[in-house]
Design a protein around this ligand. Structure first.
Ligand code: SIN
Length: 490
């Protein structure tokens, strides 16, 4: 058993029951949450099943009218209090996150702050949900629009960002007046439950904030198909996103989906090679490469291939892998052993077709005693191999030489995904031509990360529908109504 409780300054943040209608529910059965760094049990958590999910949806629906009628200024105050509590407990939330997910502790605390940024932004935006007046072509008539909350939102969230994907989805929904039911990933429910504890302290009314834990196959259909649910927000794989969308289609429910990616990381021959190498290390090894926006295919113009490979090899060999709680560790374990097997298979398939391992290239599960895979650099993989076609979701960078802009745009777009892309160049013409030519929802130019509370986050093609973040988030969770007034002032 891992000693999570003893590491917390506020042990009451370690909650293991579901949070439904303002109370903690034990559920009919329990499931284990494990520490991927050493495979020990961290806690057992309630599985409330379909019955618990129904109870949560009912509670959210009962709270709906009162919450949407609560003044936006009051909602903003409660959401802001939640933000303040999250930041006050940043260290503890970081410890919980690092232990259940495996992110290095400093990075885990960074995720908590990143996620809290969305809560603060949402609290501010609660007061800025505006309509418009419209000149209408009817004598004596007036027209205007109003924006109103969509209603109960189901938020189904992933294990790779156990805190920030909850806050990025839920805080704008809450701020504009939607009650929520969160279903966190079974691997990482403890961060979600700690956020629920803080939400309770922040003063959300009963039923507005619910977290249901347990098996997705029982809880998911309730959250996507209940009549009382108006919208489903999901971050996760394209495969599961398609399934949820199919379930939601029966009730014509609104969906916001942030799905898989296959990000190109393009380095042009005029780029600053050292900065591009630093950027790739930062983007690629964040969360051990387990993010939907991780650079997946590194396209390098031929003239600088040798220089960039050398600069990267030097850096990748120095990346420190180990226990998330060890000082200076940059990469922790993958989420579980199956993830290690999957990454190993992708690398083996690439090398079988002629790719060369420049650094890493093996599981470290035996050496380090957990679900570890070495930070890896490979060159010469075939562009049609599984490592180029699939999301790697691991600490492996694979480089592909490319000739010119036309080839780069063609190869970058040769994927059903369209979430994030990265471009390193100092040529303004290239910036415009390539950012306009590639089909991705977010493009970092000389920048290896794209998310922030102020900016739109989301993808094109099979990477999803809708945008989280910035002013766009409030639009996702509100309905636009048009009012035509006639017969008053003729
Ligand atoms: C994700 O991988 O889904 C989120 C990454 C981010 O917010 O940067």
């Amino acid at each position: 058993m891992s000693d999570l409780k003893s590491r917390l300054k506020d042990p009451s943040l370690l909650r293991t029951d579901s949070f439904i209608n303002g109370g903690w529910e034990k559920g009919a059965s329990r499931f284990d949450v494990n520490n991927p760094a050493n495979r020990t049990k961290v806690a057992d958590v309630a599985d409330v099943g379909a019955a618990g999910a129904k109870q949560a949806v009912k509670a959210a629906a009962a709270a709906n009218l009162e919450w949407r009628r609560t003044s936006p200024f009051e909602r903003a105050r409660i959401v802001k209090r939640w933000h303040d509590l999250i930041m006050e407990h940043q260290d503890d939330l970081g410890v919980i996150l690092a232990m259940e997910m495996g992110k290095p502790l400093a990075e885990a605390k960074g995720e908590v702050a990143y996620g809290a940024g969305f809560v603060e932004w949402a609290a501010e935006e609660a007061k800025r949900v505006h309509g418009e007046t419209i000149a209408v072509p009817f004598p004596g008539a007036r027209g205007w629009t109003i924006r109103q909350p969509v209603g109960v939102v189901s938020c189904i969230t992933p294990w790779n960002f156990p805190s920030a994907m909850i806050t990025r989805k839920c805080s704008p929904a809450l701020a504009v007046g939607c009650p929520i039911v969160i279903k966190p990933a079974a691997e990482t429910p403890l961060s979600a439950l700690a956020l629920a504890e803080l939400a309770a302290r922040a003063g959300f009314p009963k039923g507005v904030f619910n977290v249901v834990t347990g098996e997705a196959k029982h809880i998911g259909p309730v959250l996507t198909q209940s009549d009382e649910v108006a919208m489903i927000g999901f971050t996760g794989s394209t495969q599961v996103g398609a399934l949820l969308m199919e379930q939601a289609a029966k009730g014509i429910k609104r969906v916001a989906l942030e799905l898989g990616g296959n990000a190109p990381f393009i380095v042009m021959d005029d780029a600053d090679v050292e900065k591009a190498a630093d950027g790739l290390i930062q983007g690629k090894f964040r969360a051990g490469g387990q993010t939907c926006v991780s650079p997946n295919r590194v396209f390098v113009q031929e003239a600088i291939m040798a220089d960039l490979t050398e600069a990267l090899a030097e850096r990748v060999k120095k990346v420190k892998i180990g226990d998330p709680f060890e000082e200076g560790v940059q990469v922790g374990p993958l989420i579980h052993d199956k993830a290690v097997e999957r990454v190993s298979e992708l690398v083996s398939a690439a090398t079988a077709k002629g790719a060369k391992v420049v650094a890493g290239g093996k599981s470290l599960a035996k050496e380090l005693g957990g679900s570890f895979y070495a930070p890896t650099l490979i060159t010469g993989a075939d562009i049609s191999s599984s490592i180029a076609v699939n999301e790697i979701f691991g600490p492996v960078a694979s480089l592909y030489p490319v000739k010119d802009e036309a080839e780069i745009i063609k190869l970058a777009n040769a994927t059903p995904y369209g979430l994030a892309a990265y471009l390193y160049t100092r040529d303004a013409g290239r910036v415009h031509r390539i950012t306009e030519g590639v089909d991705f929802g977010m493009i970092g130019v000389n920048a290896p990360m794209v998310g922030s509370p102020a900016t739109p986050f989301g993808g094109m093609k099979q990477s999803g529908i809708g945008r989280e973040g910035g002013k766009w988030a409030a639009e996702e969770f509100t309905e636009l109504k048009f009012v035509l007034l006639s017969g008053i002032d003729e």
